[in-house]
Design a protein around this ligand. Sequence first.
Ligand code: NAD
Length: 325
Amino acid sequence: MESTTRKKRILITGAAGFLGSHLCDRFIAEGYHVIAMDNLITGDLRNIEHLFPKPEFEFYHHDVTKFIHIPGELDYILHFASPASPIDYLKIPIQTLKVGAMGTHNCLGLAKAKKARILVASTSEVYGDPLVHPQTEEYWGNVNPVGPRGVYDEAKRYLESITMAYHTYHGVETRIIRIFNTYGPRMRLNDGRALPAFIGQALRGEDLTVFGDGSQTRSFCYVSDLVDGIYRLLLSDYAYPVNIGNPSEISLKDFAEEVIKLTGSNQKIVYKPLPADDPKQRKPDITKAKTILGWEPKVDRAEGLKKTYDYFKALPESEWHKQPK
Ligand code: NAD
């Protein structure tokens, strides 16, 4: 007998970006109908072109700061549209604020109208340059609203606030994820973040640039671990923010040395002045993710870095030399 149950329908904004494209893959694999939306301001259709032939996949070229119309039913929304790397949001600060504010507002309105559950992508940047280490979800952060990074940090703080307001006042089912540095295939080599920057320099045979003295720390989460955390949080019943990231912390100097070792290159590290408001320490406390979602990262840095390096190495050499858009 033919089944009458329909596939769950999920809207993914920022779908042509690094994380959004991996989310499209995961939800297609889980049997969902995926409605992907992106205005391609920092994304790339090549990240999702393999999904275009699938009938359970559709793409809307649309700016989420404009009214969103999706015909038919909708069960879930993943709101991931936003410039995410400093090089992008310093270049397009107003769009960054708009997508965090108006884009999130539009997505929440759509969730309310369709009675869909919505998960919004927040960030460890809401903790700013943290005075508490590691960062728990209870920490309110140390953000400079008028510093250059303020456009991103405050956009995401507003995103959390309006999401909570829709939950409290309109009863919308909301989820908030605070994502810590994530890496993997489909990042852009030229997006200015430390990991692709180091790999790009190694591939081009250049010395690796470390800002400051390299003692500032980061913790890097491999993309498949993050996607699993998002999947679990979406299906959980927890409405408050949850940190997802890999607590394994490393200084940028040590990390640059790991990349040099992995690539077998003989480049040196060169030091340049630290940009304004660069966070000195970043490490998630993932107790909530462990207890509420039963989640913890599985891919260690050596394995994730190798997979990411292999991905970039396989790209045409012209890609290694691309300058930021
Ligand atoms: P990305 O730049 O690769 O992807 C973002 C996507 O959003 C791009 O495809 C871009 O074109 C699209 N977009 C931007 N503004 C839009 C708009 N107004 N309308 C429609 N589409 C728009 O970045 P990413 O690393 O995949 O990040 C995705 C999300 O995750 C962002 O919300 C970001 O803030 C969040 N996040 C990422 C990280 C990380 O480590 N990658 C960490 C914390 C938070």
